[in-house]
Design a protein around this ligand. Structure first.
Ligand code: 5GP
Ligand code: MN
Length: 334
């Protein structure tokens, strides 16, 4: 269900009732991607246009910005979790499907006198005072742009670049099923501000260090195709360890898009990338071409996501994690 007229009105009222001098803390999910950062920073710039003077944007965990997003407008508003306002007058949350994805910042949301949650995950667990959760939106930036429009903030090139990066990221460069007429209409309005889609796409999709290319080759080289998995629909999987990253001197974010070549395998409906994040701890990316709802698997393991793209944290060795996914797929298909 998309947000109701009452929910939109409540969100507008929450922002309008905060004073321009109030501290506003914007939070997106741990290990932020293009939609998390883009929707949050675009909205933060919109708040600045509204006259707010005390704005911080942050996310939990390690404070590192993936290189593709290092040039985003509004980054001057970004602070590490440890520097974030302790007692903000308003908290706004972007692209976060469950409170666990807020890490140590969940308490700020709970304590805030005003809070607004903007999201597009069908698996959103329902938290925060005002909830703008639209599972039909291709990206959280779609929701953020609608709220700015209802607050009468016009799009400018800086806001538009943030929202465009978010939209392009979450639609897989305008390729996924969620790429509707409305998505292209929004993209057109964003481009009309003068931003350069070719240059932005090159930066966020088509630029990587040589070492990342070599690492990709090694991780793809060890992929396994399991044609009998997922009720015979097929599953392809591979894994990347922290020592792989170290060997090629690469930061973890280079693994964020590695699921894309894996999921292009024609013989498998389901693809899995198991990325090491700690000792016997793995961040698992799941993709489906349509026959299987992988969010069910992710949610059953404490994660979340969308029908065709989901994730969770797994434990043990990569073989164990994949065996669990294989078993759950069979359970869900039976
Ligand atoms: P990715 O595989 O690109 O990291 O994530 C795919 C989708 O699953 C995204 O929508 C992301 O928000 C969601 N997702 C990935 N990992 C987790 C997780 O651990 N918990 C939750 N709630 N969602 C996740
Ligand atoms: Mn998103």
């Amino acid at each position: 269900m998309s947000p109701s007229a009452e929910q939109w009105a409540a969100a507008v009222a929450a922002v309008r009732s905060a004073g321009a001098g109030d501290e506003v803390l914007l939070i997106c999910h741990v290990n932020p991607d293009g939609d998390a950062l883009g929707s949050m920073l675009g909205f933060a710039l919109g708040l600045r246009r509204l006259g707010f003077t005390r704005i911080q944007a942050t996310f939990p965990g390690q404070f590192s910005i993936p290189d593709p997003y290092a040039g985003l407008p509004g980054l001057d508003l970004l602070v590490p979790e440890t520097d974030a306002y302790g007692d903000p007058g308003m908290v706004m949350v972007f692209d976060v499907a469950s409170e666990s994805r807020l890490g140590g910042l969940a308490g700020r949301l709970a304590a805030a006198p005003r809070s607004v949650v903007l999201d597009h995950h069908a698996s959103n667990t329902g938290f925060g005072q005002v909830r703008l959760v639209d599972p039909l939106a291709a990206a959280t930036s779609v929701v953020a742009e609608q709220l700015l429009s209802r607050l009468d903030v016009p799009l400018d090139a800086e806001i538009a670049e943030c929202f465009y990066v978010a939209l392009a990221t979450d639609t897989g460069s305008f390729k996924f099923d969620m790429t509707t007429v409305a998505v292209h209409e929004l993209a057109a309005r964003l481009i009309a501000t003068g931003i350069r889609p070719g240059e932005i796409s090159r930066r966020i999709f088509d630029s990587k260090p040589f070492g990342a290319m070599k690492l990709t080759g090694e991780v793809l080289g060890r992929a396994v195709l399991d044609p009998a998995a997922a009720g015979g629909l097929g599953m392809v999987w591979t894994y990347a360890t922290l020592s792989d990253l170290e060997r090629y001197s690469q930061p973890p974010y280079v693994l964020d898009t590695l699921i894309d070549p894996v999921r292009s395998v024609a013989e498998a409906d389901v693809s899995v990338l198991v990325k090491q994040v700690g000792t016997r701890e793995w961040s698992v990316s799941l993709r489906s071409k349509g026959a299987v709802d992988v969010s069910g698997v992710a949610i059953s393991q404490g994660g979340g996501g969308h029908r065709l793209a989901a994730g969770f944290t797994g434990f043990g060795e990569p073989d164990d994690v994949v065996a669990t996914v294989r078993r759950l797929l069979d359970d869900f298909l039976n």
